[in-house]
Design a protein around this ligand. Structure first.
Ligand code: HEC
Ligand code: HEC
Length: 321
């Protein structure tokens, strides 16, 4: 009898233990969040402008998994700075311009609760999945003016609701874009409504904008909704190669002083081998990042953030020719 009772107690105890597992109920129902396509692009695009190796505000870099993990406690979003700053708790709000859309914050929360692994996935995954930087003048304005800035809608003559979508200036004057904050931008909201919603734009019978376009617009607003021309957009997709990018950067910015028989600082930067050597064994990267204690290179005008990023990627990808 006593034995039976003990067994019963043990059973009840186990039941209690089982019901106290600290995983919040229902988490297992969510699909695995994909770090590569759903999390990394958010950090790179929304935080990268201020938190990259070349410019790490507050000492934080949010452009790679390893660096992001320094601000993440797996399974515990509320103790992870990478998440708490998104909600402004306890005090810092990131990005400073305003909170990310709620669904984006939730996705990052979920990714951390699922263990914050460096998950990759071949397909699927929700926005923002755009890793290519599209530029406004080439990729966005033409689509918007052709889809919205048309007669009877938002060209200068019709100007429905006072909104004119024919140039960067008229678009921004229409007050439907909040730079840095797609979630509060009316433009982004109406183009992403479900096709059945009466407020969706473009309205029926026009066809909706493709997801690639709405994703690019999301990214463009996040980057600050600037009047970008293509030359200023930084394309770091694919591999960064010597022939494709690096040689030109060095030629245009360094060889005036680092070539010939008496190169400045005795550093010659004319061939692939010489540049690899200067990055590997020298202080080239510190010099272009203008790190204290190293001569700033080029001495007068710094390289663009984009060129610095390319130099770093080229090194990380092990100097592809
Ligand atoms: C416009 C520039 C800018 C953007 C964009 C930005 N930050 Fe920051 N961030 C800063 C500055 C400046 C500081 C330093 C603030 C300080 O030291 O008080 C900082 C500090 C931080 C810190 C350290 C805060 C602390 O309390 O230790 C974290 C974490 C952080 N940012 C995360 C992020 C994340 C995540 C994003 C993207 C979602 C982001 N930041 C976007 C400018 C930015
Ligand atoms: C206007 C001339 C000029 C240009 C342009 C220039 N440099 Fe220099 N560079 C110098 C001089 C002068 C020194 C020696 C500085 C010193 O020792 O204080 C130097 C030194 C260096 C060094 C050695 C730094 C060290 O002390 O370890 C590196 C690496 C370097 N430059 C890289 C570059 C790169 C990369 C570029 C282009 C992105 C570049 N430089 C563009 C003039 C130039």
């Amino acid at each position: 009898m006593i034995k039976k009772c003990l067994l019963l107690y043990l059973f009840a105890f186990l039941l209690l233990l089982w019901s106290c597992r600290h995983e919040p109920a229902g988490l297992g129902e969510f699909d695995q969040v994909c770090f590569q396509t759903e999390v990394l692009p958010v950090f790179q695009n929304s935080c990268g402008p201020c938190h990259a190796p070349s410019k790490a505000e507050g000492g934080k870099d949010f452009t790679s998994y390893a660096e992001i993990m320094k601000a993440v406690k797996p399974f515990d979003a509320s103790s992870s700075k990478a998440y708490t700053v998104l909600t402004g708790k306890p005090f810092t709000m990131m990005p400073p311009s305003g909170p990310l859309p709620k669904e984006t914050r939730t996705k990052i929360w979920l990714w951390i609760q699922q263990g914050a692994e460096e998950t990759t996935c071949s397909s699927g995954g929700n926005p923002p999945a755009v890793t290519t930087l599209t530029c406004f003048s080439r990729d966005i304005l033409p689509v918007l003016s052709n889809s919205c800035g048309i007669s009877g809608c938002h060209n200068a003559a019709s100007a429905k609701e006072g909104i004119v979508i024919s140039s960067y200036q008229t678009l921004m004057a229409s007050n439907i874009i909040k730079a840095g904050n797609p979630g509060s931008s009316d433009l982004y909201e109406v183009i992403t409504l479900p096709a059945s919603d009466k407020d969706v734009m473009p309205p029926k019978p026009y066809s909706p904008l493709s997801k690639a376009v709405t994703d690019s617009i999301y990214q463009w607003i996040l980057r600050g909704a600037k009047n970008e021309t293509c030359a200023s957009a930084c394309d770091t997709t694919g591999n960064i190669t010597w022939g494709g990018a690096i040689q030109t950067i060095i030629q245009n910015n360094c060889q005036s002083c680092h070539s010939g028989t008496t190169p400045s600082g005795n550093v010659k930067l004319t061939t692939y081998a010489e540049v690899v050597n200067a990055v590997k064994n020298g202080r080239l990267l510190s010099a272009i990042k203008r790190t204290a204690g190293v001569p700033a290179m080029p001495p007068s005008t710094p390289l663009s953030t984009c060129d610095i990023r390319k130099m770093e990627l080229w090194k990380n990808q092990n100097y592809i020719q």
